[in-house]
Design a protein around this ligand. Structure first.
Ligand code: DAH
Length: 369
């Protein structure tokens, strides 16, 4: 009994006098460690008679709790003192310059996409989207590509392996299939904030990734297109021309843009046209709004009656225009990027150079930063 009291007095006094955390830990091991003095006492309980154990048990347990508490209390004191000492010794020099910070950049494609969306939003276009993995019907058939027609080969399609139902899906070769999904109103699976599927009048733009088995300085196997679709009762080529010219002036930030329409063929439009912008190539780079060269930048036309019919719209009631443009290619043109493949190489040096600040001042032409 006296022994236990004495041991408690001694151990708690040593705990209270502990000069540092290491000393305290040594004390804890000595008393409460695996073969510490108190642990040995606890083990001895097993060898006692029941009566003896009933008497000694609470005393030894009390001893253990008292010593553990004393050690913990001193430990807390020492830790607090250590923190105080560290805080007292540490200074933050607010006059030092901040360490250099690595900043991310907005990818030119995303920057250009934001600019385009802002321009078309102002013209009253809503945004629609569709899936990257398409079927033959949406990518080709509904768009009036005849079966087995060579035009299907024009696109160097990436075909997926046959699925369980014997169907071969594909990576969409253009954003035009979303025209079909919007007109057919079969795009409900997509998020509700996109204008996916609506009865006419329709006025949508459709940005997205497209894929073709093609790679050189002006072609990458994945690139971005933007589709435009306007369907109403009396929409005509004049509306298409005005819309695209207005877009070009805003996008290239000059009123001096001169455009021309050249007849062309697309299965899904009739008549079809390609639009060129006048440019100057003399200085090794292309300048829009001057010079006497022409550069093709997009395709468009009046939506083919067969396409309307395939999408459940009566061609004698509804008509409209569609167009498609390459987002990366227009971006490369506007911001002077010579090789499209660099855009998707993932090289940080490239994006540091060509990327945009997320915090830039707003562009007066587009209101975007
Ligand atoms: N889908 C065409 C392509 O990828 C671009 C295009 C041309 C889209 C004319 C259209 C259009 O909507 O009317 O080459």
């Amino acid at each position: 009994m006296t022994d236990l009291n004495q041991l408690q007095a001694e151990l708690t006094a040593r705990a209270a006098a502990g000069g540092n955390l290491a000393e305290l830990e040594a004390l804890r091991l000595e008393a409460l460690g695996k073969s510490g003095s108190i642990s040995e006492l606890l083990k001895s309980l097993g060898r006692m008679s029941p009566d003896e154990r009933r008497e000694q048990g609470p005393l030894i347990n009390g001893l253990r709790d008292a010593v553990a508490t004393a050690i913990a209390a001193r430990k807390a004191e020492l830790e607090a003192a250590e923190l105080d000492a560290r805080l007292a010794g540490e200074h933050v020099d607010l006059t030092l310059p901040p360490p250099p910070e690595r900043r991310g950049h907005v990818h030119p494609t995303m920057q250009v996409l934001d600019e385009m969306i802002a321009i078309f939003a102002e013209l009253g276009f809503a945004l629609a989207e569709g899936p990257d993995i398409e079927d033959d019907f949406h990518n080709f058939t509904a768009l009036n590509f005849p079966p087995k027609h060579p035009a299907r080969e024009m696109h160097d399609t990436f075909w997926l392996p046959e699925d369980a139902r014997g169907e071969r899906k594909l990576l969409r070769t253009h954003t035009s299939p979303v025209q079909v999904r919007v007109m057919q109103r079969t795009n409900e699976a997509l998020p509700s904030w996109v204008a996916n599927g609506q009865a006419p009048p329709i006025r949508v733009i459709v940005p997205g990734r497209v894929y073709r088995s093609d790679s050189d300085a002006t072609h990458t196997p994945m690139f971005h297109q933007m589709e435009g679709l306007v369907i109403d009762r009396a929409i005509h080529m004049g509306h298409l021309k005005w819309t695209l010219e207005t877009f070009c002036r805003r996008f290239f930030e000059t009123e001096a843009v001169v455009t021309r329409f050249r007849p062309h063929h697309f299965p899904f439009t009739e008549p079809s046209a390609e639009m060129d912008v006048q440019c100057d190539r003399s200085g090794g780079s292309i300048k829009i709004g001057e010079g006497s060269d022409w550069l093709e930048i997009l395709g468009g036309g009046m939506v083919h009656p067969t396409v309307l019919r395939n999408c459940g719209l009566a061609p004698d009631e509804w008509q409209g225009f569609a167009f498609g443009l390459g987002i990366d290619r227009l971006g490369a043109l506007k911001y002077g990027m010579p090789d499209l493949r660099d855009m998707f190489s993932g090289d940080v040096r490239w994006i540091d150079h060509y990327g945009f600040s997320a915090f830039a001042a707003p562009n007066p032409a587009t209101g975007l930063s």
